[in-house]
Design a protein around this ligand. Structure first.
Ligand SMILES: NC(=O)c1ccc[n+]([C@@H]2O[C@H](COP(=O)([O-])OP(=O)(O)OC[C@H]3O[C@@H](n4cnc5c(N)ncnc54)[C@H](O)[C@@H]3O)[C@@H](O)[C@H]2O)c1
Length: 232
């Protein structure tokens, strides 16, 4: 079993890689030093190289992502384009490259790590939320087209998770406290379960959806946010 994990050097990607290794996968990580997911050429070449040198990819986890914050009316063209390029086109490029190789083998599973922001409006996150909603819709449509080949495609939607992406938003522990308590002035309700996610919480959901225990689950979006989006 060979798993390709994009964004594998990041907080959630590293936890996914560790969890899948523990589950018996040979894990191949792809991060910016290996290939840029915004480039379909680089992605195709990377996937070719892995299939030739390591073997057939049986699982793909799209974890690479970026967060550019800012009010919708003040977002720059560059921030909008970069967000879409990584979070949406990146998922398209890697999923397409891997799915094309999975189809003749009639086996495989794909999970895209999106965000609960794709379903719950958040201030200063318009580009990010839109990019994740698009990646979610893409992954579900891919799942429909690949079902006849027994390839399952699902989404994991984390809420606030203790990684550099979250802590980079504020100053260290304040980010965690703000996430848990919520901020009424920003219409954020906080986290009912009383803590932010650890990357391993997200990795556990990813590992489940890739596993045979999820053999009859496809085109689903599993939220892992301690209840922050109130079940939406
Ligand atoms: N941390 C959170 O609170 C949170 C919440 C919801 C969703 N997510 C999503 O989870 C995923 C992982 O986030 P994280 O918190 O681990 O963030 P992170 O910043 O720790 O990791 C993201 C990784 O993606 C890589 N990456 C960025 N652009 C790339 C590119 N063009 N090509 C290849 N790799 C690239 C980065 O180098 C980094 O290693 C992201 O898609 C993020 O949007 C995170």
């Amino acid at each position: 079993m060979i798993a390709l994990v994009t964004g594998a050097s990041g907080g959630i990607g590293a936890a996914v890689a560790k969890r899948l290794t523990d589950d018996g996968f040979t894990v191949v990580g792809l991060d910016v030093d290996d290939a840029d997911v915004t480039s379909s050429e680089q992605v195709e070449a990377f996937v070719d190289r892995i299939e030739d040198s390591t073997g057939p990819i049986t699982a793909l986890v799209n974890t690479a992502g970026i967060l550019r914050t800012g009010k919708a009316v003040e977002l720059s063209d560059a921030d909008w384009a970069a967000t879409m390029a990584v979070n949406t086109s990146g998922v398209f490029h890697v999923s397409r490259a891997v799915a094309r190789r999975m189809i003749p083998r009639r086996a495989g599973a794909i999970v895209t790590v999106a965000s609960n922001a794709s379903k719950t409006a958040r201030q200063n996150m318009a580009a990010y939320a839109a990019s994740k909603a698009a990646a979610t819709a893409f992954t579900k449509c891919l799942g429909l087209e690949l079902a006849e080949f027994h390839i399952r495609c699902n989404v994991v939607a984390p809420g606030s998770t203790d990684t550099p992406m979250l802590t980079g938003l504020w100053d260290g522990s304040d980010a965690l406290l703000t996430s848990v308590e919520g901020s009424p002035e920003a219409y954020r309700v906080g986290i009912p379960l009383g803590r932010v996610a650890q990357p391993s919480d997200v990795a556990d959901a990813v590992a489940f959806l890739l596993s045979d225990r999820a053999a009859h689950i496809t085109m689903q979006d599993l939220t892992v946010d301690g209840g922050a989006s109130l079940g939406v």
